[in-house]
Design a protein around this ligand. Structure first.
Ligand code: PMV
Length: 315
């Protein structure tokens, strides 16, 4: 049995985070500059069925059965074995490496699941179809997120820009005119489960305010979808700014995110907003390609711990 590798990209949410949990549309795109890589190699001398895991980025090294049952990695492998209907399998080693920052809104959890499910199922001779990879990753996302919308697993599995509405058929986005984004990391980890849980509490306390905000985000995502498909890139900056305003009102921005968003705007970005769960993690700014390094520098000066320049185009 040869070694088998699989990769999965990061992702950002362009429009509609949080509102998407409540049935509104959102748009997400893959970020191929960062990725998770999972490599499975046969462990010829190990007892049948043993799985040894090494994930140096999270200082994890040991045999799978010593991990808690609800650990995301344990779940990814157990769900894969169950899906394949395998009660026994040859021993293997699984090595996971990642350049996607953790808890930063770039989809690291979903990317690990996708890469693990793909590499393990392929190693066992039964490569899994995207639809099932997506469904299993969604189950694991519930451990990370509590009540995920399903957008992260979808964009990462299919590696295409998606217009996503919860529990509806997946729509890929036709990007008529490519555009450039700079992603800036606040360096502050912010687990999505916490921000999603907080928004739920705020919504329960003031449903009218929050439903108005969610509807407004849904309209913005619809307008952005039309603009992207029509090549009207000039409309996207103002829509990003508007979306950011609604996210501020939702209570999920933070002083650090606001500083980076302002810095990008002052440096000439056409629009900027937080991306993902908020309170920390990453922000994104829409820029002309010739401004990219200037805006990235401005973000670093304003405190970004990392920046990524990425082009969104039709895949
Ligand atoms: O994983 P994050 O931080 O990019 O957040 C995902 C987007 C949310 O809308 C906040 C949650 C969800 O499940 O859609």
């Amino acid at each position: 049995m040869p070694a088998i590798a699989a990769t999965a990209p990061g992702k950002i949410i362009l429009f509609g985070e949080h509102a998407v949990v409540y049935g509104q549309p959102a748009i997400a795109v893959p970020v191929i500059q960062v990725q998770v890589r999972a490599v499975v190699t046969p462990a010829i001398k190990a007892p049948t069925g043993q799985i040894e895991i090494s994930a140096p980025d999270i200082q994890l090294h040991g045999v799978l059965k010593e991990l808690p049952f609800d650990h995301a990695l344990n779940q990814a492998i157990q769900l894969t074995l169950k899906e394949l209907g395998l009660s026994t399998h040859p021993a293997f080693n699984l090595k996971i490496s990642s350049s996607i920052p953790l808890a930063a809104g770039l989809g690291s959890g979903a990317a690990v699941s996708v890469a693990v499910i793909r590499s393990v199922s392929k190693f066992l001779g039964r490569p899994m179809a995207d639809e099932r990879v997506n469904a299993l990753t969604y189950e694991i996302e519930k451990i990370h997120h509590g009540t995920p919308s399903g957008i992260d697993n979808t964009v990462i599995t299919y590696e295409k820009p998606v217009f996503f509405i919860r529990e509806q058929v997946i729509q890929t986005v036709n990007v008529k005119t490519p555009f450039t984004l700079v992603i800036g990391d606040t360096g502050i980890p912010s687990p999505t489960a916490i921000t999603v849980g907080d928004v739920r509490k705020y919504w329960q306390a003031d449903p009218e305010k929050y439903e108005t905000l969610f509807n407004a985000c849904g309209e913005i995502a619809n307008d952005a979808h039309a603009a992207i498909e029509n090549g009207a890139v000039d409309k996207l900056g103002p829509l990003m700014n508007e979306n950011q305003q609604r996210l501020v009102e939702m209570g999920v921005s933070s002083p650090e995110l606001n500083i980076l968003i302002d810095a990008a705007t002052v440096a000439g970005a056409w629009g900027a907003k937080l991306s993902g769960g908020g309170r920390g993690g990453n922000m994104i700014a829409l820029i002309g390609p010739e401004q990219a390094s200037h805006v990235a520098e401005a973000l670093k000066t304003a405190g970004a711990t990392n920046t990524i320049i990425t082009k969104v185009s039709h895949v």
